[in-house]
Design a protein around this ligand. Sequence first.
Ligand code: XBP
Ligand code: MG
Length: 220
Amino acid sequence: MHLKAILFDVDGTLSDTEDAHRVAFNETFQAEGLDWRWNRDLYKRLLTVNGGVNRIRYFVDTENLDTGFDGSERDDFISRLHAKKTHRFAGFIEDGRVRLRSGVARLIRDAQGNGLRLAIATATSLSNVEKLLSSCLPSQDADAFEVFGTGERAVRKKPDPEIYLWVLEQLALPPRACIAIEDSTNGLNAARSAGIATVITTSPYTLDEDFTGAVAVVDR
Ligand code: XBP
Ligand code: MG
């Protein structure tokens, strides 16, 4: 079967966003009067937990931190904190601090020229993805994305295949008609578990991860 669609991860793949996410988390913690600080080494470890809400929750749990809330109120507190972080990160995109990786705009243009369909499969929010695409691409290229598999669409985050399975269903394509582009082992395992051949483009936080099973690994 011929290739029909490319499914793009966002963070680390379309854009080297992870350090901007880290700064957005830290600035949010500070603004909220929390003395939580994520340096690069800690953030690299925390990136094994996919999705910002899950990542904060994991940090609070493993560090045994007191949020002042219990049970569902604690979950609400973490969600509110993450929403503030998302707002802050959106400002970074607007400021031009977050850009597409080199070659991404050309790849998107070439893929369209060759009749390929385009989709997103990411843990981050729809608002982040729309803002990134509309800020960094001409509208005909940003509008070429047909399906947005974002954090809101999957309960179980990568390495679970849920988001990829949802995107395949929306495209009404079998996995063998698609290729995924990812930057992390979690992303690779999610796409492969959905049966999708996966190309890895490494990002600064994922350079030394294990990419066994990828069809190709490129480092720029
Ligand atoms: C990336 C993530 C994201 C970002 C932060 O995973 O896990 O959570 O780190 O984004 P992937 P949010 O690239 O595999 O999709 O805070 O918006 O969740
Ligand atoms: Mg990624």
